[in-house]
Design a protein around this ligand. Structure first.
Ligand code: ADP
Ligand code: MG
Length: 224
């Protein structure tokens, strides 16, 4: 079959998915986009460091694998320098980014994956699990048919093998479970995003949960 690959060409860029999420009430980092590496410094003005720089565009699905994510940048000048280096590395791989996203870096916490996916047999399901970048290695996820209720969501979280990480572990504070439940309901609950989006797959990985709340620091929407 020929034609454009929907994964890399039809998917919304990360900042547009995040704008949708913000509008729906899901916390996302404050950020700005730049059309070129030279415009990154200006885009970073007004954001509070540490900053994160990401490139977006066709061919950038798993950004870290291509060197398209830089963390812990001290301010606009460092972000601009990182963008120049990132661009060079991407071009060397034959990837021309459409632009850059510079955003505030969330404080560390428990990283989760949250998704709304279309199960071929059951239709829309909400998925929640532990892991962030380790999701595939840990395979600790729970699923539930949409629309999910608050009871469903709390049961999903409690069913995770690593559930106790959410309740404070080895001196780490418990995460704001109510904020996490709210985020899951915003995605998969009645009237949730799963209904509004023509979704093939909608993935937030990771959502970072701390005692202060939750924030979706990466978001993808892959149309059918
Ligand atoms: P990828 O496309 O590789 O999944 P991500 O946007 O998820 O790229 O970034 C890779 C990792 O960098 C994330 O798993 C997360 O640990 C970290 N990260 C990305 N953005 C932020 C942010 N705004 N704040 C804190 N950590 C972030
Ligand atoms: Mg990610």
């Amino acid at each position: 079959m020929s034609g454009p690959d929907p994964l890399t060409t039809a998917a919304l860029p990360e900042h547009e998915v995040k704008a949708l999420l913000r509008e729906a009430g899901v916390p996302v980092p404050r950020g700005a986009t730049a059309a070129s590496a030279g415009q990154v410094a200006a885009a970073a003005e007004g954001l509070t460091p540490p900053l994160v720089l990401k490139a977006f565009g066709a061919g950038l699905v798993h950004k870290s694998d291509s060197g398209a994510v830089r963390l812990a940048l001290g301010g606009p000048a460092e972000a601009a320098e990182a963008a120049a280096g990132m661009l060079e590395g991407l071009l060397a791989q034959g990837i021309t980014p459409d632009g850059f996203l510079v955003e505030e870096q969330a404080a560390p916490g428990v990283e989760l994956i949250v998704g709304a996916v279309r199960d071929p047999g059951f239709g829309p399901v909400l998925l929640a699990g532990l892991g962030g970048v380790w999701t595939e290695a840990l395979r600790d996820t729970a699923v539930c048919l949409c629309p999910v209720s608050e009871t469903d969501v709390r049961r999903m979280l409690a069913s995770l093998r690593g559930a106790r990480l959410l309740h404070g572990y080895r001196g780490r504070p418990a995460v704001d479970l109510d904020a996490l439940v709210k985020l899951l309901l915003t995605l998969g609950g009645a009237g949730g995003l799963w209904e509004r989006l023509e979704l093939g797959e909608f993935e937030l990985n990771p959502v970072i949960a701390t005692g202060q709340g939750v924030v979706a620091v990466d978001a993808r929407h892959i149309p059918d």
